[in-house]
Design a protein around this ligand. Structure first.
Ligand code: ADP
Length: 563
């Protein structure tokens, strides 16, 4: 568990310094990569890899994760897969056994380059020491150009002691920033015309839009054309959740009845129910905007393909729509229906949030958390109901301020992401708070990273919403009763965790502040104190009703019917 993986924030974290150095230097070498000043050592390589991938998403430059051979690399595979699935830039550098011991059963020998191929865009071992700069340049380029993703570079142990003549090393400069491509003009005209003829239009804003930093152009499009929009979980905040055109509270209705959808950087995968009935109209016209040509047409044949960078393509669309002087009428039946549905749904959530009974339910917890959260905090969230209900109850006002289980639905990402967010915030916006909201089960996947947080004096507020289990658990009395019928290994339901576990003590064990809370008042006091504390991290362990659940949904959360 304590073998030595390291993760380094990327060049972007030190962009100003790096740029200056590049300009000062006539040597043509690669200070952009080798002069890393900040190295984080996490407890396990999985956490390091998740952290490095989140740095990539937040900064647009690849985070770097350095791991030891064999098991170290294998633990990082989850992080690589997650980065690749999320389309986030990441570079993993793995030590590996000496080349002259290959196939002899060397210490931690494993076919690492081959293993990483499934989890990355590019996986390679440099052919020699001299080739390393060119390989690293290619890894940086591959991780950020086109659809971003993970890259792996293998470094055999014998490279460490090898010597080469410096003059034989071919230093290369860092690649140029990713080229910005625009869509075909004819396709933009087609898209604008389809939109202008729509009766029930909808914009879907995905995390690709957040990654491409398209917030200003998309905001302009929403305002100028009066269009309803729906963010995906990590697309939240590209346009603020409190914008009057946000129809997140009527998500199912909006998806089900929209006749034209512009898809900005979101795939029609399970998160968007594959774009198929019963969740979508069978005749829905999709205008798909994506940087990845192969993505266009997945599951639904688009009415228009806009291949290019979202920010650039949105500007193109805006130009065209301005020429057409088109605006969607705010008095339409579509708007009326969406507003009515939003009102009903918001009232149902509010009724649950205002419940006074103890133990609290999810909605009450998030209602009180929402009241106190700073608007610009970075929210990290994972868990089942904790993440899903939290997403609907906790607004995002800024882009790239939400990190969660993502496309891969990965649990265990939370604390690595929180570490990354705290590092990036410390470097770029020191006053910004990082709040990590975890289900108790999700916290268990990477809880020991609390030590990393405390070791690096990072200020993170961790909230564990504790229902004693996965989806649901048992209260302490029922648990005791159950034990009368036999051994826990034989009779405890597999979804149950130990009731009333004191997760907050993990934080106090490492010098942070821990709170065990059961009532709204205790929760408010603990959160106020935690947010007031700028130097020390805290963990608030909130006991909720183990049977607390989501409000009634129109559809099962994964649509399996009609497939
Ligand atoms: P979400 O989880 O929010 O639904 P996805 O991860 O499914 O979003 O989709 C993100 C999409 O954004 C990917 O298909 C990716 O190719 C695309 N993408 C990433 N960066 C850009 C960019 N700069 N311009 C256009 N598309 C992008």
């Amino acid at each position: 568990m304590h073998t030595g993986p390291f993760s380094c924030p990327p060049p972007s974290l030190h962009a100003n310094k790096t740029l200056r150095r590049r300009q000062d230097s006539n040597r043509g070498d690669w200070p952009w990569f080798k002069e890393q000043t900040c190295i984080l050592r996490t407890v396990i390589s999985r956490g390091a890899c998740y952290a490095a991938s989140a740095v990539g998403y937040l900064t647009g430059r690849p985070g770097v994760c350095l791991v030891v051979s064999g098991p170290g690399l294998i633990h990082a595979l989850g992080g690589m897969a997650n980065a690749n699935m999320n389309c986030w830039p990441l570079i993993v550098i793995g030590g590996s056994s000496d080349r002259n011991q290959e196939i002899m059963g060397a210490f931690q020998e494993f076919p690492q380059v081959e293993a990483c191929r499934l989890y990355s865009k590019f996986s390679v071992r440099p052919s020699s020491l001299e080739a390393i700069p060119a390989v690293i340049e290619k890894a940086v380029r591959c991780s950020t150009y086109g659809r971003p993703g993970a890259c792996y570079v293998d470094m055999p142990g014998d490279f460490v002691n090898l010597q080469v003549n410096k003059s034989s090393v071919k230093y290369v400069k860092c690649c140029l920033p990713p080229p910005v491509c625009t869509a075909e003009h004819s396709a933009v005209s087609v898209a604008a015309s389809i939109l202008a003829h729509s009766r029930q239009p909808l914009l879907i804003i995905g995390k690709g839009a957040a990654y491409s930093r398209a917030e200003n152009s998309i905001r302009k499009l929403v305002d100028q054309c009066g269009l309803p929009f729906l963010p995906t979980p990590m697309g939240k905040g590209v346009v603020p959740d409190n914008h009057p055109n946000c129809v997140a509270a009527a998500r199912s209705r909006a998806l089900q009845h929209a006749d034209v959808i512009i898809l900005f950087g979101a795939r029609l995968n399970w998160i968007l129910h594959f774009g198929l009935p019963p969740r979508f109209r069978p005749d829905v016209k999709i205008i798909q905007v994506d940087i990845c040509a192969e993505e266009l047409g997945n599951n639904v044949r688009p009415a228009a393909n806009l291949l290019g960078d979202i920010n650039a393509v949105t500007e193109q669309l805006l130009e065209q729509l301005v020429l057409m002087e088109w605006k969607y009428p705010s008095y339409s039946e579509w708007w009326k229906g969406l507003r009515e549905k939003m009102k009903i749904n918001e009232e149902t959530s509010q009724a649950l949030a205002f419940k006074k009974s103890l133990p609290m339910n999810y909605y009450t917890v998030f209602h009180h958390v929402r009241e106190l959260l700073p608007r610009d905090c970075i929210l990290v969230s994972e868990g089942a109901n904790t993440m899903d209900i939290g997403r609907t109850m906790l607004p995002n006002y800024y882009p790239r301020h939400r990190l969660d289980a993502g496309t891969f639905g990965a649990m265990g990402v939370g604390l690595g992401f929180a570490i990354a967010a705290a590092m990036v915030a410390k470097d770029q916006t020191p006053k910004r708070r990082v709040v990590c909201i975890e289900g108790d089960s999700a916290f268990g996947f990477s809880g020991m990273e609390v030590e990393t947080i405390c070791r690096y004096n990072l200020s993170v507020v961790i909230i564990v919403v504790n229902n004693n289990g996965i989806y649901s658990g048992l209260d302490a009395d029922t648990w005791k009763e159950m034990l009368k019928s036999g051994e826990p290994t034989a009779c405890a339901p597999p979804v149950c965790l130990l009731p009333n576990s004191h997760y907050e003590q993990i934080m106090s064990a490492f010098g942070g502040k821990g709170y065990f809370v059961k009532t709204p008042e205790e929760l408010q006091n603990a959160l106020k104190a935690s947010l007031a504390e700028k130097q020390v991290s805290s963990l608030i362990n909130i006991m909720i009703n183990p049977q607390s659940d989501r409000k009634q949904q129109d559809f099962h959360w994964l649509t399996r019917s009609n497939m």
